[in-house]
Write a protein that binds this ligand. Structure first.
Ligand code: SAM
Length: 289
């Protein structure tokens, strides 16, 4: 890396390749990983700090005209469609692309519940997906896809004008997960691979000046002890499969934290960032009259 300057796109491409090359990342790109998480994924939507992040991002997209009645939007790795269902009322169409059938089944349910007819659901891998049209806004939030600069390049290429990206920004602490991973895996899980650093710098090296909005918060998920334990086992198994004895250890620890109703609250301290690129303000588009 010493032979390339950090201003060069290649610097960030190389760094992203190094960061992508770990077992957690490979597992996070598999549909079965997310199929398992789908049932409880939307529990986060009940959390106030998360709700205000989502609301503010939709507001910014509207103010900047990235959401407009004439606009066609892509939500890459849309998951259960937390953002897509909130964008759909303000644009012509949202194409929702995700590799996990389980996550998309939740989105289908929401489309029926909210009578949304302008959401197109595409069960495909973004890496192989061939867009049939260009989008006015390509939006992508909190996905392992963002670790790989090749996926970001495809996001940039598929957008006529706006690119919206939400990702972690240096803070992601879950005390219970940290304690369990020290206890069971022998060390804390490294969750830093998918961060704003490479994504921002890669876009910047391409000549864009993303506007940044940071969110800090406590993301609380309150679930019955068994569901909470299954979720923590899912997180720990990103690293390696757990033995039955280790799973029992997790279940016992989580059960010991349950309140009188059998519920357990798990809190993550987080900082996230929303990056918005308007291609009209890129280095190459700026001209003095
Ligand atoms: C943490 S969820 C984020 C969902 C949603 N964007 C949100 O912010 O709530 C990550 C999503 O990335 C999706 N994903 C992972 N690899 C993918 C790929 N190669 N192509 C498309 N989607 C992918 C998963 O299926 C999952 O739904």
């Amino acid at each position: 890396m010493q032979d390339i300057s950090p201003e060069a796109t290649e610097f960030w491409e190389r760094l992203s390749r190094i960061r992508c090359d770990d077992s957690i990342n490979k597992k996070c790109l598999k549909p079965e990983t997310w199929d398992k998480a789908a049932a409880t994924y939307d529990d986060l939507e009940k959390c106030k700090d998360y709700q205000s992040q989502v609301t503010e991002i939709i507001n910014i997209l509207q103010q900047k005209t990235a959401l407009d009645k004439e606009n066609v939007v892509a939500d890459v790795a849309c998951g259960t469609g937390t953002y897509a269902v909130r964008m759909a009322p303000f644009c012509k169409k949202v194409a929702c692309i995700d590799i996990s059938r389980g996550m998309l089944a939740k989105l289908e349910e929401k489309c029926r519940r909210f009578s949304l007819s302008n959401i197109e659901i595409v069960n495909e891998d973004w890496q192989g997906f061939v867009p049939e049209e260009d989008f006015d806004l390509v939006f992508c939030s909190m996905t392992p896809l963002l670790r790989d600069s090749a996926n970001i390049r495809k996001i940039v290429a598929s957008s006529r004008r706006f690119i919206g990206i939400v990702t972690w920004a240096g803070v992601r602490r879950n005390r219970l997960l940290a304690e369990l991973s020290r206890q069971i895996l022998g060390k804390e899980m490294n969750q830093k691979g998918q961060d704003i650093t490479i994504t921002f710098n890669y876009l910047y090296s391409l000549g864009f000046a993303p506007s940044l909005t940071f969110f800090t918060g406590c993301w609380e998920k309150i679930r019955p002890a068994e569901k909470q334990a299954e979720n923590l086992i899912w997180r720990l198994e990103m690293k390696r499969p757990l033995t039955e004895a280790e799973k029992k250890e997790v279940r016992t620890k989580v059960a010991s934290l349950a309140d009188e109703k059998g519920l357990v609250k798990v809190v993550s301290t987080v900082r996230t960032c929303f990056m918005l690129v308007d291609k009209r303000q890129s280095k190459d588009a700026i001209n003095c009259p």
